[in-house]
Design a protein. Structure first.
Length: 245
């Protein structure tokens, strides 16, 4: 356990997610790469946040730390006031199974399984009780507008539809936090917009908080907050008072 001052703990309690003094160094000695340095950020509950920056600026490294997939070299991350850094890998995976959903650029669906089976299988892998899995999987597919097509296999679906199934899989256990690394990078503008509309609906109607990365300038207009990274450091944080969706 890391000792935290009273003030630090109080500040962490106010935000849905908060990161302080994050540094991540890969490798050692001459080969060491500092992927993140001096990163401080606060994510309000029920908001959509985009991380932007050039290739190699540290976006994925930061997302991995915020989703408890990776540990920073220095610094602390809090989710709803609870520190998620300094946990064992078993505690981290328990936390992800309960509170975090993950979405990736390349969808990651199992080709031989239908959309429904992909989502239901995701719940089983996560160890969620099997009773009620059917309802949870169907509810998640409805949320992303894919219930009608849930018997189709990934190859019978468009890229945007596949990504919506991947989102259903990520939210079937009803996490409070959804983390998405370049979720629209493989989609054309129209399908990317559909995916962003699904995200907006989840934020507005399920109170979910979403943190995503993107290279697409169009996406920045659709989110609530944009955090720009350059060489592993935050160089600007802006708020859209009127996001376009
Ligand atoms: N496991 C690792 N070992 C060594 N260096 C790494 C590792 N992961 C990332 N890096 C380095 O850290 C830096 C940040 O990488 P990261 O993947 O976070 O960038 P990114 O902003 O997500 O880029 P992209 O837009 O290309 O996805 C890069 O210099 C990268 O080479
Ligand atoms: Mg990346």
């Amino acid at each position: 356990m890391t000792a935290l001052g009273e003030k630090e703990r109080e500040a962490a309690d106010e935000a849905f997610m908060k990161a302080t003094g994050i540094k991540r160094v890969f490798g050692k000695g001459n080969a060491a790469v500092t992927a993140l340095a001096d990163v401080h950020l606060t994510v309000p509950a029920g908001s959509m946040v985009a991380l932007k920056g050039r290739s190699g600026s540290g976006k994925t490294t930061l997302l991995n730390i915020l989703s408890a997939l990776d540990e920073p070299t220095e610094g602390h991350v809090f989710l709803r006031g609870r520190e998620i850094t300094g946990l064992s890998s078993r505690e981290r995976s328990a936390l992800r199974r309960k509170e975090i959903g993950l979405v990736f650029q390349s969808f990651g669906l199992v080709p031989l399984m239908s959309a429904y089976e992909n989502v239901e299988f995701g719940l089983r892998v996560a160890g969620t009780p099997t009773k009620g899995n059917r309802e949870a999987a169907e509810r998640a597919l409805s949320r992303v507008g894919m219930k009608e097509r849930m018997k189709h296999r990934p190859m019978e679906l468009s890229g945007g539809e596949q990504q919506r199934v991947a989102i259903a899989r990520a939210i079937a256990h009803e996490p409070g936090l959804l983390i998405a690394d370049e979720p629209t990078a493989e989609l054309d503008t129209k399908m990317g917009l559909q995916v962003m509309r699904v995200f907006r609906d989840l934020v507005n109607h399920s109170g979910m908080t979403i943190i995503l990365t993107t290279h697409d300038p169009g996406i920045m207009e659709l989110v609530d907050h944009v955090i720009a990274l350059e060489d592993g450091r935050i160089v600007s944080q802006t708020t859209n008072n009127k996001p376009l969706i």
